[in-house]
Each structure stands twice: as structure tokens, then as C-alpha cells.
Design a protein around this ligand. Structure first.
Ligand SMILES: Nc1ncnc2c1ncn2[C@@H]1O[C@H](COP(=O)(O)OP(=O)(O)OP(=O)(O)O)[C@@H](O)[C@H]1O
Length: 280
């Protein structure tokens, strides 16, 4: 892994490849009846092909707003966003560009009247992808997620962890190059979350998709990411960018290692300092 990343990242941090995702001075202001809320201000971000980037920050710092803008659900008030050099043009983003991304949200949002398999297959319908090859892709992902036994079950018949896994593989079924994950395992218990974190890492090791993973858990960010953007609130903004130089594959045992704990403390103090300054 270290070798692969070093191929992507040249000396002095100069990237040899164009960014997969680029945000330039992105600001989003929500105009409400009583006041204007600056959800994010002047966000600049570059995510390179195969990067696993975490966005870490407290509630309300604008993490979801960034993902929703990339999904073109909402549009920036100013600034630009690019995928592979192509601009995301508010409300008019091409299907081809949207197909490059898979979205995973806090809730799996499975349709209760569809089986696990039918839910997982939905993006294939949306993007008009038919045929044996795509059905085999569904088989492969269901197998990989350990959901074979439950593929004909309805969401109400499976556990929360299984539902979230179904949500993850649904986002991957059309073979997107990018996964945008908004606190995907936040609603689950700690043990299930750790297990799914590890499964996600295994998937990433195999596929090397470009991932943006949103979390407010410092430990989760250090365990998963190669780079962490730290955000603060009022206004939502990026306050630091930290490279996580830990070996891969990552394991849960690493959580006890000194270097892991040092990263955790560093990130925690960054968030803490910002919060304290804000209170003053
Ligand atoms: N549709 C909206 N209208 C008005 N304000 C909004 C809207 N959506 C988000 N906001 C505000 O923008 C700010 C950022 O919200 P956002 O949901 O992006 O934060 P977050 O970091 O993802 O929070 P959490 O971790 O709690 O999900 C908050 O102050 C929120 O109240």
C-alpha cells in the first residue's frame, strides 16, 4: 500500500495524477426566514484516485452539506466542484458523471417492499445497466457482504448491520469509481461498526475506489483513512489536513499502538482547540 500511495503522491506532496474530486472555494449559505446559515465556507479539497479520505468534525460543521452538494441534491452558493475535471453544474449534472459516484447515507434507506437483492439492484435500473454481467455483479457483491442467505428477505427481516451492508453494496453495484459515505455506520453499535469498518477496508484494498468517508469518530477516521480533513463549526470550514501514515492493511490491534494513539490525540486536540476557541 505504502508503495502504491507513493506512486500516486510525488515528492513534496505534488500529485502526479489529476484529482478525482476537487472543491474550490465552495461556500453554501442556507437562507432561512430568520437568518442566513453559512453551512460551509471556502472549502477547498482535493481527493486523488484511490485515496481514502475522511472528513472529521462535530455535528453541524457541514459534513453532510459537502456530500449533498457532490450528489447535486443541493447546489453551492459559490465556488466550484469537479469530478475528473468535469464541473458539477447545479441541478444539471449528467447521468454519466453521477454514475461515477455511489452514495451511502446514515440510514440505509432500503425500500421495505423490495427484497435485499431487488434493493441492491436498483442503481442498475436507474443507470440502464442490464444483462448477465451486471446480474453476476449483484451475485458477487451479495456474496462478498455475506448476504447470500438473505438475498430474498425483506429489509424488516434482517438486522440493522445487514441493512447497512446492503446499502453499501447497493452503492457499489453500478461499479462507481467514487464512494461518498456519510456516517454510514454511525447508527450501529460499536462492535458492528468496527466489523463493518474492517469489511469496508477489505473492499477498498481489493477495489481501490476513491472514498470520502464522513465521521465524527476520531478513532474511525484514523483506522480507515490515509488523509483526514478536520472541520469546525460556525461557519463550517476545514481547519486542518492530516496524513495518516500507518501501515496497511489496517487492523483493530493497531488501535492500541502508540502511533495510532498519537494521531488520535492530535486530531482530538485539534477539534477540542477549535471548539474551545468557539466557546470563548
Ligand atoms: N436545508 C437546510 N436549511 C437550513 N439550514 C441547514 C439545512 N441543511 C443544513 N443546514 C445547516 O447547515 C449546517 C451544517 O449542517 P450539516 O448537516 O451539513 O452538518 P453535519 O456536520 O453533517 O452535522 P451532523 O454530523 O449532525 O450530521 C447546520 O448548521 C445545519 O443546521
Amino acid at each position: 500500500m505504502a508503495q502504491k500511495m507513493s506512486q500516486l503522491i510525488g515528492s513534496g506532496g505534488d500529485h502526479v495524477q489529476d484529482p478525482k474530486i476537487k472543491l474550490v472555494d465552495v461556500t453554501k449559505v442556507f437562507k432561512t426566514r430568520s437568518k442566513d446559515i453559512v453551512a460551509v465556507r471556502d472549502v477547498n479539497m482535493e481527493v486523488h484516485p484511490g485515496d481514502f479520505v475522511a472528513i472529521l468534525g462535530p455535528s453541524g460543521c457541514g459534513k453532510s452539506t459537502i456530500i449533498r452538494m457532490l450528489n447535486d441534491i443541493i447546489q453551492p452558493s459559490s465556488g466550484e466542484m469537479y469530478i475528473d475535471g468535469q464541473e458539477i453544474v447545479g441541478g444539471k449534472t449528467s447521468k454519466e458523471l453521477m454514475k461515477k459516484m455511489g452514495f451511502i447515507f446514515q440510514q440505509p434507506n432500503l425500500f421495505p417492499w423490495l427484497t435485499v437483492r431487488q434493493n441492491v439492484s436498483l442503481p442498475l435500473k436507474v443507470f440502464g445497466l442490464q444483462g448477465k454481467e451486471w446480474e453476476q455483479n449483484v451475485d458477487r457483491l451479495i456474496e462478498m457482504a455475506g448476504l447470500k442467505e438473505y438475498e430474498h428477505a425483506y429489509p424488516a427481516e434482517i438486522s440493522g448491520g445487514m441493512m447497512q451492508k446492503a446499502g453499501v453494496i447497493r452503492a457499489m453495484v453500478h461499479e462507481p469509481e467514487i464512494l461518498l459515505m456519510d456516517e454510514p455506520f454511525g447508527a450501529l453499535d460499536e462492535i458492528t461498526r468496527e466489523q463493518l469498518d474492517l469489511e469496508l477496508l477489505a473492499i477498498w484494498e481489493q477495489t481501490r475506489k476513491t472514498i470520502i468517508f464522513i465521521t465524527h469518530e476520531v478513532e474511525e477516521a484514523v483506522l480507515l483513512a490515509s488523509r483526514v480533513y478536520v472541520m469546525a463549526t460556525n461557519p463550517g470550514r476545514i481547519v486542518a489536513e492530516v496524513e495518516i501514515d500507518l501501515p496497511r492493511p489496517r487492523t483493530l490491534e493497531m488501535i492500541e499502538h502508540e502511533r495510532f494513539i498519537t494521531y488520535e490525540m492530535e486530531l482530538t486536540s485539534m477539534i477540542g482547540k477549535v471548539e474551545l476557541r468557539h466557546i470563548k
